[in-house]
Design a protein around this ligand. Structure first.
Ligand SMILES: Cc1cc2nc3c(=O)[nH]c(=O)nc-3n(C[C@H](O)[C@H](O)[C@H](O)COP(=O)(O)OP(=O)(O)OC[C@H]3O[C@@H](n4cnc5c(N)ncnc54)[C@H](O)[C@@H]3O)c2cc1C
Length: 421
């Protein structure tokens, strides 16, 4: 057949379109496949937005072992007596209705060359893009004497649900005038103000039921998030109750003995009634198994949240090493939307806009006494960089603190429906 000029241009354009089309492996029904591992703040948001915004053009499977996700955000408020545990639980029914194929199983392996994920149940699922948002795991041996087999005696309560319930029950069962000890984590870790909001909430609860009890914090860090605001609250509302030991006083040289309920702080052994051990953290273990970590965390390109090790993999939330954003639910949700847009762009050719992110971390200090810290961020080539930040002021009046608390309640309702539909 002789090609006339018109036919030649048409063929050339079609060939060019094929060459520039994203490289995808068609599923049996012809749709590209995305697998999301982890149905928390980052993963559930990404799965929902990819399914919703691609208008079912992309086949989305979410792998999450639990049927009910309990938010770490606001779990301290539960410990303080401000929330019921049921108010923190979210199921995956709405995501399923919105077109996400929700599989309740553990991902136990990733073969990046074959582009498959293996589940504990034995299934092997192929993907065109993989999104990893498995949250955190703990660094083995970070607190000598502690490992996860001790978590019932010395709970971390840094993954919410039964651990939060256990810690609250232990606080409420403390003997009169007893000691609550927190072993705080080194940087970087999930939710920078989280341990100190927890100290405030435990103090609030103890002031109500056990006012002569004491709180001891052993901290490896010389300073911590919102320090001025927390210290002001501890001095004003919980005077004489909280003792904080930084590295100058041995807070970085701690071991524990769960059988004896003792904590050794730089050679001084203290008997405690409750011990909340929050160990050093690392990316959720599946990131390690997938081979996308450098050190404890998975480096990503902030423009797309693509792994710097493998462009077919995106890593979100706490597991990612992205730059200036704190490891928070707000950050994970914000990163998930950037990831969802990038995944759709790559697989369907939809328009991709420049990545912008935001975060606010609220903390409750006592009844209707809320404070916040936050910032906006932009993707740069080397990292996600902070553009502009803000923080509540020390000495604010009660009306401002109440307004901040109410803002946080609205945020919780808004973000959980954005994540879980
Ligand atoms: C006490 C406390 C208070 C906090 N307060 C706030 C706050 O006020 N505001 C805020 O924004 N953030 C807060 N955070 C932080 C927030 O909870 C986390 O940053 C956020 O949940 C991170 O989202 P993620 O998607 O990375 O991980 P997660 O939300 O932890 O989700 C990870 C999911 O992955 C699943 N998973 C793990 N491994 C696998 C696997 N192999 N296969 C399948 N599934 C897997 C897990 O079951 C889990 O559901 C707080 C945290 C704590 C501990």
């Amino acid at each position: 057949m002789t090609l006339n000029r018109r036919a030649f241009i048409g063929t050339g354009a079609a060939a060019a379109a094929v060459l520039s089309a994203p490289h995808v492996r068609a599923a049996s029904d012809g749709k590209p496949r995305v697998i999301v591992i982890g149905g928390g703040a980052g993963g559930a948001t990404a799965a929902r937005y990819i399914a919703k915004d691609s208008n079912t053009e992309i086949d989305v499977t979410l792998i999450e072992p639990t049927r009910m996700y309990y938010t770490c955000f606001f779990s301290n408020l539960y410990i303080g007596g401000f929330r019921e545990i049921s108010s923190l639980g979210h199921s995956y029914g709405a995501l399923a209705k919105q077109g996400v194929n929700v599989v309740h199983d553990w991902a136990v392996g990733v073969d990046r060359a074959a582009r498959t994920v293996t589940l504990a149940g034995g299934a092997v699922l192929p993907y065109d893009r993989l999104v990893l948002s498995p949250g955190i795991d703990f660094v083995d041996g970070a607190v000598p004497g502690w490992d996860v087999s001790a978590q019932n005696k010395m709970p971390h309560a840094y993954k919410a649900g039964s651990q939060s319930e256990l810690l609250k029950a232990q606080v409420e069962a403390m003997p009169e005038g007893g000691t609550f000890c927190m072993v705080a984590p080194p940087n970087p870790y999930r939710c920078p103000p989280g341990p100190y909001e927890r100290v405030s909430m435990v103090a609030h609860r103890l002031k109500e039921i056990n006012p002569t009890a004491k709180i001891l914090v052993a901290d490896p860090k010389p300073k911590f998030s919102k320090e001025g605001l927390f210290r002001e609250a501890w001095d004003t509302h919980y005077a004489g109750m909280v003792e904080w030991l930084g590295p100058d006083f041995g807070g970085d040289k701690v071991s524990v003995n769960a059988d004896d309920m003792t904590v050794d702080i730089d050679g001084e052994v203290v008997h405690v009634d409750v011990c909340n051990v929050i160990p050093a953290q690392k990316a959720g273990r599946i990131c390690e198994l997938a081979g996308v970590n450098e050190g404890n965390w998975a480096p990503v390109d902030g423009h797309t949240m693509q792994s710097r090790v493998d462009e077919n993999v995106h890593v979100l939330g706490d597991s990612s090493n992205q730059g200036d954003m704190p490891k928070s639910g707000f950050s994970a949700n914000s990163q998930a939307k950037v990831c969802a847009m990038a995944v759709r762009g790559a697989l369907t050719g939809s328009k991709v806009f420049p990545a912008k992110f935001s975060n606010t971390c609220w903390s409750l200090l006592g009844s209707e006494n809320g404070v916040k810290v936050g910032a906006t961020y932009e993707a740069m080539d080397d990292k996600i960089a902070e553009v502009e930040g803000f923080i509540s002021a020390v000495g604010e009046d009660a009306a401002m603190r109440k307004a901040t608390y109410e803002e946080s309640l609205g945020w919780y309702e808004g973000i959980t429906s954005d994540i879980f539909g």
